[in-house]
Each structure stands twice: as structure tokens, then as C-alpha cells.
Design a protein around this ligand. Structure first.
Ligand code: HSE
Length: 448
């Protein structure tokens, strides 16, 4: 049978990785897919560079629309990124009847509903394994492997840049800004790291997983997003002393009233496997009612790990493109017409309604009655305390208290309460004259 023909839009690091892996493993991939898969056209603004990567046998153009217009092309891979021209080209490729493979999490988290609806109407597939956690086949696991389960929650380290920074902060006792500069020098962080360090990239990925896990539309605008820029080395050390690690987690949880969807730094017990995921690695925990807890670990970025996911999608499409569209795996795991019913009606909960436990650090005047006032406020709003620790700031490498007023750090772990209740307590505690600095609040998850 004639090989399936693929057009590649954008040949950067992942595009080159995809081309190389497809070529290197073509024999085995063909045996799995049932026919050959060939990238026959590439579109890139730098035609000379692109041609030097793919060699003479592949047509390189600087106009992506030449690929979309070519009737011989069956699948278009979009590796341009962003919501601008990438969205236009994906919509045009769908309209032209091409299947699409994309690694573009931002595009799908924000415009997924429109894109999947257009693809379903046209009877084509949009595949996106590479959009979440790079080489880890988490979309396949959620959408197919765990299809028997009512998923209860997902918690993932789904941004390698921030995990690298947090690992370095913990290992070397350094503050965020110092480690970020080093990460940029080593190429672990982008020159503009905003999307990574502010949690936006992780929120795009969590949004996609949430939709697949719970049968709701993608709703990035409802996600709570908080990055790691405010974290200090002192809090990482205090957490360690309490038996916890701090990780940036993407979390989505089913509750009777709705779905939690949030990204923020989080204390997790150091004994959990996921707490020991270090450097730029990714890991995703999924809790299903039948299977229990499962954990998926691997490289979340990079040329060949991401190519591994892109090519898995090419093979899936090659196997399924002759299948009646109604019998294919739905884009978001659930049949689209069920989105208006049952789970589809469950709202994404506002952050105030999220329930979790907390780590609080208060820099206070070291004098009689301060602890009683703080714990009195928590008692007044019915927040139960799990543990209290008092440390001199310089014991953990923080700046020592000013000489004029003896100071100390109070660290409090609470039991579960709603975020709105915690906000109420924080406002009251912050207004105490003996609380000398902004209170640090980090959410805590046991992941049990
Ligand atoms: N910038 C991402 C990360 C990889 O650091 O994990 C692509 O989503």
C-alpha cells in the first residue's frame, strides 16, 4: 500500500526530532501501522535550514498553505505553537479534510472546543499526545487505558522547567531568582520563561487532562494559575523538616459540586514517588475508582521524547483513518453529544470553593500571646490545625530578625478547609500588629 503522506508545519527542535525518529525506525513503525508513514513536505520560513535537515527527497516550502492545498497530503503536523497563525492553519487543514497532529497545548486548552467541533463535523482526527507531558503517553492512558474508571483526581508535575528550578532550589538552598538565571544559562529555561514559571504552561496541560478525565469541555479560562516566582529557599527547607517537598502541581479533582482545576506550588509528602521526581522530568498521578492510583513518569520535553508522542499519533491516525468517524476514539474521550448531560454540566469550581490543607509561614514578633492570637483566629473560622513549628529564621538560612524586635517564624500546617475560609483567616492574621511580613501560604496535598 502507498505510504501515508505527512506535511510538517514548522521544523524546529521537535520537527527535526520527528523527522529523524520516523526515518530511523521506519521499518518497525511501518510494521505497526500497517503501511509506511512519510513526511513528504515541510513548511518553514527558513527554507535552506529546513532543507538541510530533511535532505533533497522532501519538498520544502515557505508557505504552509501549499501543504494544506496539496491533495496528496493526508496528515498535517502543526509544530508552530501559539494561538495565532497556528490556529488559522489548523482550522484550514481541517476544512481541507486533513487529519491534524499537534503538540500545541495552548491552542487546544483555549480553542479546543471550536477545533474539535470543526474536526468532528469534517470527519477528521485531531491528535495531541505531545501536548501534555511530552513523551509520556498520558493522553492514551486517560482516554483509552483507563476508560473503565471514574477518574477521581489527577495531579501532575507537568512542567519540566519549574521542576528543574525547584529541584535546584532544594539541592543548593538557593532562591528562585538565582536558580532561574542558572537554568536559563544551561538552556533548561527559555529566555522568556513567563509561561513556565507563572504556571500557564502547566495550566494548559491540566485543562486538557481535566476535560478528558471528566468529560467536560476544555475551559482554560476557569483554571486557577499560580507559579513559583514567590517561593523562597526557606519554605522549601521548612517543608523538608516537616516531611514534605514543594512541587508545582497541575491538579484536577472531581467533587460532587463540580471540578477543581488548579496549578500552584504544593507541599506533598516526601515519601510519595512523585515527590522524588527531580530535574526536568515530568510525572502524572491518576486516581481511578477501579484501578486505584497509577503513576506515569518520563521526559516532558525535548526533541525525541516529544517526537515519540507525535509519531504515536501518526500511527493511530494511519490505523484509524479508514474507520467510520463515529467509531473512532472521541477527541476528549467522551462522546461529544454527552457533554450537555451529567458530567458535562458540572462547573469548574471557583478557587474559593476548592478544598485543601495548607502550610502557613508567619514572621512574627517573638513575644507572649502571639501564637495564641494566631491559633485563636484559625479556631474562630473553624480551621483545624495539624501541626505547629517555631524556628528562628537564620536556622533555615533566612535573614535573621531585625535586632530591635526579636522575630521568629511560625509554621502552621492545617487540616482541610475551603480556600475562601483560609482567605478570611489570612486577612485577620495579616492585620495583627505582631505579624511582621506578608504571610506565606502554600497549599498541601497528601495524594493518598
Ligand atoms: N516548557 C515546557 C516545560 C515544555 O518546561 O515542561 C513544553 O511544554
Amino acid at each position: 500500500m502507498k505510504p501515508i503522506q505527512v506535511g510538517l508545519l514548522g521544523i524546529g527542535v521537535v520537527g527535526a526530532g520527528t523527522f529523524n525518529v520516523l526515518k530511523r525506525n521506519q521499518e518497525e513503525i511501518q510494521r505497526r501501522a500497517g503501511r509506511g508513514i512519510e513526511i513528504t513536505m515541510v513548511a518553514d520560513l527558513d527554507v535552506a535550514r529546513a532543507q538541510s535537515i530533511v535532505g533533497e527527497g522532501v519538498t520544502v516550502v515557505n508557505d504552509a498553505r501549499a501543504i494544506i492545498a496539496n491533495p496528496d497530503i493526508d496528515i498535517v503536523i502543526e509544530l508552530i505553537g501559539g494561538y495565532g497563525i497556528a490556529k488559522t492553519l489548523v482550522m484550514e487543514a481541517i476544512a481541507a479534510g486533513k487529519h491534524v497532529v499537534t503538540a500545541n497545548k495552548a491552542l487546544l486548552a483555549v480553542h479546543g472546543t471550536e477545533i474539535f467541533a470543526a474536526a468532528s463535523a469534517k470527519g477528521v482526527m485531531v491528535a495531541f499526545e505531545a501536548a501534555v507531558a511530552g513523551g509520556i503517553p498520558i493522553i492514551k492512558a486517560l482516554r483509552e487505558g483507563l476508560t473503565a474508571n471514574r477518574i477521581q483526581w489527577i495531579a501532575g508535575i507537568i512542567n519540566g522547567t519549574t521542576n528543574f528550578i525547584l529541584s535546584e532550589m532544594r539541592d543548593k538552598g538557593l532562591d528562585f531568582c538565582v536558580v532561574l538565571k542558572e537554568a536559563q544559562r544551561l538552556g533548561y529555561a527559555e529566555t522568556d520563561p513567563t509561561f513556565d514559571i507563572q504556571g500557564v504552561d502547566a495550566a494548559h496541560k491540566a485543562t486538557i487532562m481535566s476535560a478528558i478525565a471528566f468529560g467536560i469541555p476544555v475551559q482554560f479560562d476557569k483554571a486557577y494559575v499560580e507559579g513559583i516566582t514567590q517561593l523562597g529557599a526557606g519554605d522549601i527547607k521548612y517543608a523538608e523538616q516537616l516531611g514534605y517537598r514543594i512541587k508545582l502541581l497541575g491538579i484536577t479533582k472531581r467533587r460532587p459540586e463540580g471540578i477543581e482545576l488548579r496549578v500552584h506550588p504544593c507541599l506533598i509528602p516526601a515519601k510519595r514517588l512523585i515527590a522524588n521526581v527531580e530535574g526536568a522530568m515530568n510525572a502524572v498521578m491518576v486516581q481511578g475508582d477501579a484501578v486505584g492510583t497509577t503513576l506515569y513518569y518520563g521526559k516532558g520535553a525535548g526533541a525525541e521524547p516529544t517526537a515519540s508522542a507525535v509519531i504515536a499519533d501518526l500511527v493511530d491516525i494511519t490505523r484509524l483513518h479508514t474507520v467510520d468517524a463515529a467509531n473512532r476514539v472521541p477527541h476528549l474521550a467522551f462522546q461529544p453529544h454527552t457533554f450537555d448531560k451529567a458530567m458535562g454540566n458540572l462547573p469548574v469550581l471557583p478557587m474559593g470553593d476548592v478544598v485543601t490543607s495548607y502550610y502557613l509561614r508567619l514572621r512574627v514578633a517573638d513575644e507572649a500571646g502571639v501564637l495564641a492570637k494566631v491559633t485563636g483566629i484559625l479556631a474562630a473560622v473553624n480551621i483545624s490545625i495539624d501541626a505547629v513549628l517555631q524556628r528562628e529564621a537564620d536556622e533555615v538560612g533566612g535573614e535573621p530578625g531585625a535586632a530591635a524586635v526579636p522575630q521568629t517564624d511560625l509554621i502552621i500546617l492545617t487540616h482541610d478547609c475551603t480556600e475562601s475560609k483560609m482567605n478570611e483567616a489570612l486577612a485577620m492574621m495579616q492585620s495583627l500588629p505582631t505579624v511582621l511580613q506578608p504571610i506565606v501560604r502554600i497549599r498541601k496535598e497528601e495524594l493518598a
